[in-house]
Design a protein around this ligand. Sequence first.
Ligand SMILES: [Ca+2]
Ligand SMILES: [Ca+2]
Length: 578
Amino acid sequence: MPKRCDSSLAFLCMLGLAACSGAAVTSGGGNNAPPPGSPPPTVSFGAAPTSVVSGDSSLLSWSSSDASSCSASGAWSGIRATSGSQTINSIMTPSTYTLTCTGTGGSTTRSATVNVTGGGGAEVSGGVDSSLLDRHNESANQVYAFAGFNTTSGIPVAQAGVTQNTGGCTFRYDLAGLPDGNYTVALTSNGGTSFSRSANVTVAGAAAVQDFAPARVLRVGPGKQFAHPNDVTGLANGDVVEIDAGVYNNAETIWPSTISNLTLRGVGGRAHMVAPAVISNDKGIWVTDSANMKVENIEFSGATATFSNGAGIRAEGRDLAICGSYFHDNENGILGGSGNGNVLIEYSEFGHNGNCNDPAGCAHNMYMGNTDRFTLRYSYSHHASSGHTVKSRAKENYILYNRIMDEADGSSSYTIDLPNGGLSYIIGNLLQQGPNTENSTIVAYGAEGLSNPSKTLYVVNNTFVNDRTQGGTFLQISGGATAAVTVQNNLFVGIGSPVSGGTTTQVSNLQTNAPNFVNIGAFEYRPTATTPGIDQGTAPGLGGAFDLTPIYQYVHPMNREARPTHNAIDIGAYEYIP
Ligand SMILES: [Ca+2]
Ligand SMILES: [Ca+2]
């Protein structure tokens, strides 16, 4: 779930004690007397979260208008850009961060305080199996500690969000600073409405570990309960199916609609599902009819079907989360049905899927149907064959911090195709079309008619590269003035038209033929000191309820890191640090 809401605020919201805007909290104030005719700067400044476990970090974010410079004081110091963000690590004591921005109209001061829990007692921490979590509403996954054994009523004495380990499909929590005593430690995936697991934990001066394990694990592999994923029977709601790493030939399964909340997980590496020469369901290697499935560490290859649209996964059930998986050499990598709900794909790779063999329509590296929300993040999609590298008809699209490319010899059509519009966020991506692309456009919005309810698109802080020597179009908007499009802080490299069609708001974008990246030939688009656009971006602000400011940047392969801050935000998908 892309929405940001710090855990303590979410808890207050749950109790009805605070408005849950997800916005940062500001406090303090005080404006110096301005000279006549000039307004004092307007400054927005906040921390997220505003309460951390001792030793954890918080992100400070700010923006201003009518200011020429800002300075930090209190628990931090130094000169700051007039907008930006900075992660403060290892916060051990309650800390107040102050920012003063100055312009011709005077100065404005804002402060944000980060409170610290823990430090005085012992920590209770542990792993949380992904099968127990809501992957589509991450802030709802929380662990509470209640005083006494066997109770989950009343006000908890401590609370922590469940966090995902970077680069992986595993999760954990840390409840810090619990005084000695007996506690019930309880896991919720719906913000505290109910608890799916609880355990009695005694704290006696030392750290305690309490893991939350799945209800039941079925094991697949040589010598295991089932030799092959095709053989799995007797499934129950909430089961985890752990499949040993290795190659499984002739793989094809319809995961049934009568079972929900299944987690299918490769262990010890990826479990590779190789399609049979003829898939009997004529759709895909795995057809996910089950609601709320999770697929982790699985590889899919070789899917074909009668109409040249055989998929690694044919997604038909409501809500699907894919993590750490690899889809290659299928007709479609994933083909999303028209089922409603949310599809999340993260830390995954798609390559060499796609074709235009069927006159009725092409197959694509990934092709999402008209679902409610599609999120693609920290992933690598490349070398689509004739089809599109990413295609989605979803009503909402969050395409964040990915590498999506033809590279040297891919033959894709569009790099991103959102043919029906939708509320769409394309932020922090590396987007390239190669010399062999079969369509001169990189990103297309509304190409088949803006039939989704929202026709709003935000394209922010991406690095676009056109390697098509005859030129091309970086962003093509169809549908005329009905689309509301914001294009900000993008770096357009190569010849061609940056934005074509539509009525667009374009702010601080830059086009260059000399990007001076670390190694453009090897598709390493990190900036150097002479890359154009350093410190030349502008604060993106909010796009609807979503903060457009990039907080991560892509790390190859299929990973992410926090986007640092240095002076004003840079144009493009990376921030340059001297
Ligand atoms: Ca293209
Ligand atoms: Ca900068």
